[in-house]
Each structure stands twice: as structure tokens, then as C-alpha cells.
Design a protein around this ligand. Structure first.
Ligand code: WTA
Length: 631
């Protein structure tokens, strides 16, 4: 039996215990899982190296806690309900028994193709059940999956494959996305040209579109599983063996591979899922994220399936064929818990209330929000029109690095407050620090958010570069994990996330490093230098504003701007395309050559004076020129 908080006093009690005796607390949670061998010690850690080992010497396979566990207790319960992009195509349901068989079959296929424990496999797939099957099959045989969101370009895909030295890529022929069909196998072909470690590519036939299959490298999914057994013994994994790598953006140019391991991640994903959403057997839960992001990992696949839940997987987008699609899907499958991003809520809000006509939505019990701060207006719209004033909203704050939800209401149990992630989950010890790293105690304080004690789902390292992990997360404030977010604790002790305090921007809930976008822009042959900042955007949360010094003697500024957008599209993908590009002759720099981003941020926000101390500016006329031509 899992540990499920049922009352407010239950929460307060568990929270207290989890802080006073964290090891006893997590020991109790971990005991609710099936382990091949018990751990010797709950946690062995220091934040200096950092060293983070949970459930030391424990042995397990995460898939046994999904497949073997639920196959016998409720094999006929739907594990995955799949809703296709096109509503006229039939949806699919996979029971726990189906999932058991299909994962095992694909696991055997992976072994046949030479995959061994520890090998890395990159998954570049649409939102189809096979993406979840692929993840679980990797975990079953001990391979490490690294999913790359299928909207990334071939260059971005190749970078990630090379960074983790993957042996295999799993993909599909094409990908449906709204009215578009995207030939993703072709993207893989282009990427793999530059990846010497890839031995094979397995392609799922999703659309039946034309693809080129390379002899002795490329195989069809349906061919490799043919004749394979539906039984495959689960590899014995150590708690700290790698489960997956997920690349995410930071303040430097190169995305980093966040590493999560088997034991701790399993415990944390399940515990947080069941508690935050208050999932009850028989409920249908739907998270609209993509498996290419951490939300898809923890709260479409692992968290729900480890709970024996029914998880809905949606291939499409919120506005196809129209802006009522989400609500059609909720009614069609009688969804009880619905989890989405503020950017989707704001985009739908812009369509008005017409899309709700004829929709019932009475099955909904809990609404969730994730990925970026939810503004009060969107919160109320969500609460009133989607939740009909009766569903608690869980505003869940967390990160790729945290593995699971950290700050959030517990649905229907702890209080909610518009645009507040409210309180820490049991086991989480947040602290607010000032610039100097001094802890700000008590209520009504604001500063940078850190966590002072480890939790099972946390990042272990950045793949291939442990020092980078240390520098990024454990050096700014020694002895603490630094989140990169600003936060306020109000007079009642509730937390409100204020957004990033580093050079990371959050565009439609997608994390982007400004340096990463600048590097892409600088690839354009006529570009000399660029500076990228975020600015408030009504729907996306933040938009991307690029100031670019470029040689515009050969083109009109307009066509140069478009070429720059196309360059970013090619190097990273459509999600990183700047909303605004301004060609400038100079950037505001200090005498020592540092770009004063503070000024650029203010201009992007529409501010034209009050730039604070500008005495260190090398050439103040640059600022006047930028303001004169601002977008
Ligand atoms: C932001 C997504 C405010 C935050 C799960 C964090 C949020 C970054 C919230 C991580 C929230 C996520 N309220 N901000 N509820 N959830 N964020 O790694 O800035 O894609 O640091 O993980 O998103 O983004 P990531």
C-alpha cells in the first residue's frame, strides 16, 4: 500500500516527520515498492561533491513495479488511453496486461539488436503509446533512455546523440501535429549522418509516409518485434544505476544531460503523483505534456503507471481541429484529473467561451498547472470555466532536475491560492536566500529559492561532466541546491515563484538558454554579434527578443530578420525562433566589454528610461539608437 495523505492534519504531520526524520520517512515510502534486494542505507549524501545516493545498494527494476505488479492485480485495467491527433481516427486502449506484453516484446527486440545494460538509446517519437513502450523497454533491459522532443532540429538531435554516445535511435516515419505532417525519420537520417556511435535506427510506422531505409542500420518496429516473446526477464538494476538522461537548457550555450537514477526517481515520481493529484483507482488522469519533457516522463508515464493509474496520452494540439478539442477529449474519456501548462490556458482563453458550448466537463475533479508561473487571470479562468468552481487547482512547481513536483497544493487537502505553488511536499526543505547566501527566515520574504536537504528524485549529475553539475547547482550557495528561480514567501508562509533569476527564459513553458539562442543566431554568416533577452508575452509567458549586429548592406533588414529566424529554426527548432529581431549597430556594453542585459531587458519590456546606473556604459548613444528603432 502506498502512502497517501488524506487530510490537512495528515499533511502537517507527515511534513513534520519528513523534516525531523527524513530517513525514516523515505524508508517508509520506499517500502511500498517491490525491490529485488533491500537497501543498506536510505541516503548517503553531501552537496559539496555533490554525492547523492538513495536506497544504497538496493536492487530493483522500475518496470517490475508497473508491469509485473499490476498485471496480476488488475491486468484488465486500462494503463494507457491514447487519443490521436485526428478525432476521426479511433482511440486505443492498452490494459496493464497489454502493456506487459508489448513492453516485454519490444525489450526482447532491443536485446536482439545488441542492446545491453548501460547502453544509451535516444527516443525521438510522436505522442503514441509506443513512445511509452520504448521508455519502459529500455528500463526493462537496463538501457538508459534519452528522449529528445520531436520538434528539435536535426542539429540539436545530433548534439544530444553525440553527447550521450547513443547506440540506437527510436523514431517514427512521420508525426501528425494539428494539420501538419512532419517527416521525422528524415530528421533522424540527417542527424545520424554526424553520429558515429549509432548502430541502428528503429522506425515505427505511424503515417505510412515515404521514408528511406538504410541497409543494415534501419529497421521497422513491426519487423523487429515479430516472433519475439512477450516475456522478458527484468534486468537487475542498482538504485543508483542510470534510468534516463534528459537534456535541458541552462545559462550556458550547451544543453546539459540531467541524470536520473532508478531507485530514487521511482519512489519520488510515484509518491508525488498519487498525493498531489489525489489519484484514486478507476480515475482517468490526463497530462497534456509531451514525453520529450520531464513532465511527460514523470507525470504521463512513470508516476501514473507506478500507481497503477489510467493515463491518457494525447497526440494532438489544443487548437486542432478547433479550440474545443481539450474539452472534447475530457468528455469523451471522462477525464478526472487534468494537468496542463499556463501557456495553453492563456491560448485557449483568447478563444473566448464559445469552445465550451455543448461540453459537459463534469467528470473533472482536479486541475493542474505546470511549467511557468500562472498569472491570476489565467488561474481564475481555469478555475471558473474549466473547473466550474469546484475543482482545486494544483499549481505545481518543479524542474527537470528535481525529477518530480516540489512545491504544490495537495488536491482538495491543502489550501490553494491563485498563482501560488503554496507549500512544500513532504520531504522537501525549501529555503530562501539573499544575494549573499544568507537564509531569509520567517514570512514575508523574497529571494532566491534553494533546497537544503536531498530528496529521492533529485538530479545526480550532468552526463559526462560532474563538475558542471556542481558548478551549476551546488556552488552558488554552498551546501544547498540552487534552483535558479526567484521566490516569495508571503505572510501566510505560502510560496510564489517569481521566475528565473539566471539567463534562462521560459517560452510557452519551454526552457531556453539565452546563450543557446545567441549561438544559433551567430551561425548566420552575416551576423557579427547578438544578445537575446526575454520579455513579457501575453500567451507564451515570455517571448524571445533578439538584438543583432549584422552586416545589412546586402539585404533589407526585414529579409535579414527572417533569415535569422530561419537559422535558429534550423539549429534548434521552431520553439526557439525569436519573436522579435532588431538589427542594431551596437550593443550596450561596459568598458570591460560585458553586455548590459539589464538595459536590453528593459527596452524589450517597452521601457525607454530609468535604466538605473549607466555610468559604466562605454557608449550611451547605442542605447538611444536601440530605443529609436525598437520593435
Ligand atoms: C518554471 C518543468 C512557476 C521554473 C517541470 C523552473 C514554474 C522551470 C512552475 C523548470 C510553476 C515550472 N510556477 N514556475 N508551477 N513550474 N516552472 O525544467 O522557472 O522544463 O525553474 O521543468 O520552469 O522548467 P523544466
Amino acid at each position: 500500500m502506498s502512502i497517501k495523505i488524506q487530510t490537512l492534519s495528515g499533511y502537517l504531520h507527515e511534513y513534520q516527520k519528513s523534516v525531523l526524520e527524513p530517513e525514516a520517512f523515505w524508508n517508509r515510502v520506499a517500502e511500498t515498492f517491490h525491490w529485488k534486494k533491500q537497501w543498506d542505507k536510505v541516503v548517503d549524501w553531501n552537496f559539496e561533491e555533490p554525492k547523492i545516493n538513495w536506497f544504497v545498494n538496493g536492487k530493483l527494476n522500475i518496470t517490475e513495479n508497473i508491469l509485473d505488479r499490476y498485471m496480476y492485480t488488475h491486468g484488465d485495467r486500462p494503463a494507457i488511453i491514447w487519443e490521436p491527433n485526428d478525432p476521426s481516427e479511433a482511440s486505443r486502449t492498452l490494459t496493464y496486461k497489454d502493456l506487459y506484453e508489448q513492453v516485454n516484446q519490444f525489450s526482447n527486440a532491443l536485446k536482439q539488436k545488441g542492446i545491453k545494460k548501460g547502453d544509451r538509446i535516444v527516443i525521438y517519437m510522436p505522442m503514441v503509446p509506443e513512445a511509452a513502450i520504448a521508455m519502459l523497454a529500455c528500463a526493462r533491459v537496463g538501457a538508459v533512455h534519452s528522449i529528445v522532443f520531436a520538434g528539435f532540429s536535426s542539429t540539436a538531435l545530433a548534439d544530444r546523440i553525440n553527447d550521450c554516445q547513443a547506440k540506437m535511435v527510436l523514431t517514427s516515419d512521420e508525426n501528425y501535429r494539428g494539420a501538419k505532417v512532419i517527416p521525422i525519420k528524415a530528421v533522424v537520417d540527417e542527424a545520424v549522418e554526424n553520429c558515429s556511435t549509432i548502430e541502428s535506427v528503429i522506425t515505427l510506422c505511424r503515417t505510412g509516409g515515404e521514408v528511406i531505409m538504410k541497409q543494415d542500420r534501419d529497421y521497422w518496429w513491426h519487423d523487429v518485434i515479430e516472433g519475439e516473446s512477450t516475456i522478458c526477464e527484468a534486468e537487475e538494476m542498482d538504485s543508483e544505476d542510470l534510468l534516463f538522461i534528459l537534456y535541458t537548457s541552462g545559462s550556458t550555450g550547451k544543453p546539459k544531460g540531467v541524470v536520473h537514477t532508478c531507485g530514487g526517481y521511482m519512489v519520488y515520481a510515484q509518491f508525488t503523483f498519487e498525493n498531489v493529484f489525489q489519484y484514486t483507482a478507476g480515475d482517468v488522469y490526463w497530462c497534456t505534456a509531451d514525453v520529450g519533457w520531464i513532465t511527460g516522463h514523470s507525470y504521463i508515464v512513470y508516476g501514473p503507471l507506478l500507481t497503477g493509474a489510467t493515463t491518457l496520452m494525447f497526440e494532438g494540439i489544443p487548437t486542432y481541429p478547433d479550440a474545443g478539442r481539450f474539452w472534447d477529449v475530457v468528455d469523451k474519456h471522462k477525464v478526472n484529473q487534468f494537468y496542463t501548462a499556463p501557456t495553453a490556458i492563456r491560448a485557449l482563453e483568447a478563444h473566448g467561451l464559445d469552445p465550451f458550448k455543448g461540453k459537459d466537463l463534469s467528470s473533472l475533479k482536479v486541475l493542474g498547472s505546470v511549467g511557468e508561473p500562472i498569472n491570476e487571470e489565467a488561474w481564475h479562468w481555469y478555475h471558473d470555466h474549466v473547473g466550474k468552481n469546484k475543482c482545486p487547482i494544483v499549481d505545481t512547481w518543479w524542474q527537470t532536475e528535481t525529477g518530480g513536483i516540489m512545491l504544490s497544493p495537495i488536491a482538495g487537502i491543502t489550501p490553494t491560492k491563485p498563482s501560488y505553488a503554496t507549500l512544500p511536499l513532504p520531504g522537501i526543505q525549501p529555503v530562501i536566500v539573499d544575494e549573499k547566501g544568507q537564509e531569509l527566515k520567517g514570512n514575508s520574504v523574497q529571494g532566491n529559492l534553494c533546497i537544503k536537504y536531498p530528496w529521492p528524485g533529485m538530479i545526480r549529475t550532468t552526463y559526462g561532466d560532474h563538475d558542471r553539475c556542481k558548478q551549476t547547482y551546488f556552488s552558488t550557495y554552498p551546501g544547498m541546491y540552487f534552483t535558479g528561480d526567484g521566490v516569495k514567501r508571503d505572510e501566510d508562509g505560502y510560496y510564489r515563484i517569481l521566475g528565473r533569476v539566471d539567463d534562462v527564459i521560459n517560452v510557452s513553458g519551454h526552457r531556453m538558454g539565452t546563450a543557446e539562442v545567441e549561438n544559433a543566431i551567430n551561425e548566420h554568416p552575416l551576423v557579427i554579434e547578438s544578445a537575446v533577452v526575454g520579455y513579457p508575452h501575453e500567451i507564451k509567458g515570455q517571448g524571445i527578443y533578439a538584438y543583432v549586429i549584422a552586416d545589412d548592406s546586402q539585404r533589407s533588414a526585414a529579409s535579414l530578420e527572417n533569415e535569422i529566424r530561419a537559422t535558429v529554426n534550423k539549429i534548434i527548432g521552431p520553439i526557439a525562433k525569436p519573436d522579435k529581431v532588431q538589427i542594431v549597430t551596437g550593443l550596450p556594453k561596459t568598458r570591460s566589454g560585458k553586455i548590459m542585459r539589464r538595459i536590453l531587458r528593459k527596452i524589450a519590456e517597452g521601457q525607454t528610461d530609468n535604466f538605473g546606473d549607466t555610468s559604466t556604459l562605454l557608449d550611451p548613444t547605442v542605447v538611444d539608437e536601440i530605443i529609436e528603432n525598437m520593435k
